[in-house]
Design a protein around this ligand. Structure first.
Ligand SMILES: [Zn+2]
Length: 136
């Protein structure tokens, strides 16, 4: 569901191979959200789908909380026919935010924090580069 309330049916998947197995053969468009969490196998799945004439729309974070490339995103960005980079609003200054600030107990998470935290107590805020903090 989008922030403005539009809805579309979705199927949760836990791996790129599961995604490949669940795509109906008559689907014209495949849209995948949170693609940064996929394994590297997503690259071949996406290439095969595009080669077979399907329209593939991917959405995901290009950078992790450290500001480093997130999972398979660098490769997906490189092979995409078109890329649209969106920004959020920095929670500190109101400027364009391109970074994700991870906060644990309200404080910036250190660089050594795991890339993916499952059911953790962390939260995230959109930040501009000037207000993005990653302690060593
Ligand atoms: Zn800012």
């Amino acid at each position: 569901m989008s922030h403005d309330g539009r809805r579309m049916e979705a199927i949760p998947v836990s791996s790129s191979s599961e995604l490949r197995d669940l795509i109906p053969s008559d689907a014209d468009v495949i849209a995948v959200d949170e693609v940064q969490f996929f394994d590297q196998g997503i690259v071949d799945v996406v290439k095969d789908l595009a080669k077979s004439g399907k329209t593939v729309l991917l959405a995901g974070l290009d950078k992790d909380f450290r500001g480093d490339p997130f999972g398979p995103m660098p490769y997906l960005l490189a092979i995409a026919d078109d890329v649209v980079k969106l920004t959020a609003v920095c929670t500190v200054c109101g400027g364009p935010a391109t970074m994700s600030q991870r906060l644990i107990d309200g404080k910036p998470a250190p660089k050594t924090s795991p890339t993916i935290l499952v059911a953790g107590k962390e939260s995230y805020e959109p930040r501009c580069r000037a207000h993005h903090i990653v302690p060593d």
